[in-house]
Design a binder for this molecule. Sequence first.
Ligand code: LMR
Length: 398
Amino acid sequence: MWQNIVAAPADSIFGLNDAFRADINPQKVNLGVGVYKDEAGKTPILACVKAAEKILLEGESTKSYLPISGDPVYATEVQKLLFGDTSEVITSGRAATAHAPGGTGALRVGGDLLKKFYPAAKVWISNPTWSNHKGVFTTAGFPLAEYAYYNASTRALDFQAMVADLMNIPAGDIVLLHACCHNPSGVDLTADEWRKVAAIGVEKGWIPFLDFAYQGFGEGLESDRAGIAAFAATGVDFFIASSYSKNFGLYNERTGALTIVSPTAADAAVAMSHLKITIRVIYSNPPAHGGLVVAAILSTPHLREQWLQELAAMRNRIKAMRVALVEGLTARGVKGDFSSITSQRGMFSFSGLSDEVVQWLRANKSIYVVAGGRINLAGLTEANIGYVCDAIAEATER
Ligand code: LMR
């Protein structure tokens, strides 16, 4: 079967992980895949997760199927995280939420559902965007187009160019937006800019699809949902793919959700019916564990409090590494303005390193960075940052 078929290329992010694992250099550093690491370089299980798992294990009485849309308590807690506990979206019942296997699963379910009703639509992605966005939506059958986002020379958001592009997107096309902690640039919109973008969406009639994988990694739960709040306030239809891989550290439990917000509760019920039949033919119904863990933490006050503290600790460690990286590069006289690294948010930074430097770092220093120069700041620790800064200084002097 495979003799005349050319092998597919490795995934640009997970392929790097495989290469890192195979690297025998004891000094190797993984700044590739977006996974949090603590000061010891480990990806820990959060203490609140361990505590919730203990409770669940003791109380578990069945492994029977969940509903197609997943555990109802999970859906309720997800909506509170997305919109705030007392949000009008929740009280008026105009959102439909289903547990999806991770943020990627949520994007794909949303893509398949949208394809059914908007077969001629294009999906607009930010320039640049997470590599898998392209794969997910082309595989769902959509042609892609890009809207302006990041300006490489100012290392900041080009809001004017973004607005100009969004104004030209026709009704019925789908616009994929990073709700916070833009991946890969780390450059976000302000709350005011979000309101402008939401108003353009309403005026033009395109369908907003917000990818929300890093809530709590920017400034905090509340301010990170400014984009969601801006669209919720307009009352129009929009989609949210959320992920609990990063903020609960539940990477391998595939814990995400697709939420469809509609103008009315009656619309949301129709949306849910289509959400269910879309899911049924892909994976039938979701795995239980991750959703039950998230639901248990969020609905148990002391576990929720513990989670908020652990989330803040992850966020603050990454921020400290941003400062340390800029200081380390400046101290070594590395050419360039790195000040934007400290104003970017979330796990990632666009380092400005060329692909040639990225390849040199991997080949000569076993430092793994995603093509395009995206650095996962959480891969830096007090122990390896000197090595990384020395290597970047050497690479950029050559
Ligand atoms: C990343 O961007 O590195 C993460 O979101 C992991 C992934 O699925 O690519």
